[in-house]
Ligand binder design. Structure first.
Ligand SMILES: *Cc1c(COP(=O)(O)O)cnc(C)c1O
Length: 361
């Protein structure tokens, strides 16, 4: 049975990448060693991490005044590193667009010398839309404005990046990095856990403008962006195998034609599913059309029992990880770059069949 993996993360990886990793697994470039066995100070690994960075810079058009860091601790550690490095004894602004924003806000509040202000929130409407942010909402003395560009659980995304004046925008881009047409120069910091749209879990990518290094005194070296940047992500042992996998994914994306090409594919895949939801008399999207994500697409029948039936039958038919997040219920299809279009077509056909069998028009 063909299996389609709709997981929100750790998520599907490109088959050619998995095959290449498999072919090199025991003997990387004639070294007689696996990538996992290489010293992180070896020339072979040095070439991997430098090539990964170069390719990510090319893919995202990252300007030269930005550092690319390969860290650990997940996106969740960035919830703490960002305020610690940028906002001690200052004010930090947040937009609350879902569970991950809430966690970022809570982590900043947990530090005792940060003033946290939530300038907009869609919590009252179940996070079903992205609030509009206008320049007058941004206190120009703030250390940064934090946004979650794509809300993995509720399925919303910023369609445009707000104008924050001189206040740097910090973006949690975990679930739509490499699946958007944002401009890196519009951000002060971009961070992303790799396990959604880059590679395996264990790696966190941080892209940081160099004037944001060393703004606050950070006593913990591992949490200091400046220490990590000066050490070129080798202050301690980095997640070497995850960085290697990311390198292969970046190369795969470039060989496909880069971001414009993959974004078009992503949009086509998302459109297929949104069209099916629009047409359906059974399934609906809980998200406002202007705020829809192309990487995470929730849908519901409005009847919990029917959702459960759908999820059980979908699982039996090879659609893995379609069940919605426990906080939202229903279904959620995560359609990251590596997710094949055939999988969306198969899901749409399955939804039509389910609707016919279950009293839909
Ligand atoms: C998954 C996710 C996180 C958490 O990532 P970890 O790497 O598990 O810490 C944070 N933010 C967003 C938007 C996510 O999708």
């Amino acid at each position: 049975m063909t299996v389609y993996n709709f997981s929100a993360g750790p998520a599907v990886l490109p088959t050619p990448v998995l095959k290449q990793a498999q072919s090199e697994f025991m003997d990387y470039k004639g070294s007689g060693m696996s990538v996992m066995e290489l010293s992180h100070r070896s020339s072979l690994f040095d070439a991997i991490i430098k090539d990964a960075e170069k390719r990510l810079r090319e893919l995202m058009n990252i300007p030269n005044n930005y550092h690319v860091l390969f860290l650990q601790g997940g996106a969740s550690l960035q919830f703490t590193m960002v305020p610690l490095n940028l906002a001690q004894n200052k004010k930090a602004l947040y937009v609350n667009t879902g569970s991950w924003s809430k966690k970022a806000i809570a982590a900043a509040k947990a530090l005792d010398n940060i003033e946290v202000e939530v300038i907009a929130s869609s919590a009252a409407d179940n996070f079903s839309y992205i609030p509009t942010i206008t320049p007058d909402m941004i206190d120009q003395d703030a250390a940064y404005l934090h946004i979650t560009t794509n809300n993995t659980i509720v399925g919303t995304a910023f369609q445009n990046i707000p104008d924050a004046g001189n206040v740097p925008i910090v973006a949690d881009m975990s679930s739509n990095i490499l699946a958007n047409d944002y401009n890196v120069a519009d951000f002060g910091i971009i961070y992303a856990g790799a396990q959604k749209n880059i590679g395996p879990a264990g790696l966190t990518v941080v892209i940081i403008r160099d004037d944001l290094l060393g703004l606050c005194e950070v006593k913990e070296p591992m949490l200091d962006y400046k220490v990590q940047a000066n050490a070129h992500s080798l202050y301690n042992t980095p997640p070497t195998f995850a960085i290697y996998m990311a390198q292969l994914v970046f190369k795969w994306l470039q060989d496909l034609g880069g971001l414009p090409e993959i974004l078009q594919q992503d949009q086509e895949k998302a459109q297929l599913l949104y069209d099916a939801i629009e047409k359906s008399h059974l399934f609906t999207s809980p998200v406002h059309p202007d705020s829809r994500s192309i990487t995470n697409i929730p849908f519901v029948t409005g009847d919990e029992e029917l959702d459960q039936k759908f999820n059980a039958e979908a699982l039996a038919a090879g659609f893995e990880n379609l069940k919605g997040h426990r906080s939202v219920g229903g279904m959620r299809a995560s359609l990251y770059n590596a997710f094949p279009k055939e999988g969306v077509e198969a899901l749409v056909a399955f939804m039509e069949k389910f609707e016919k069998e279950n009293g839909g028009a």
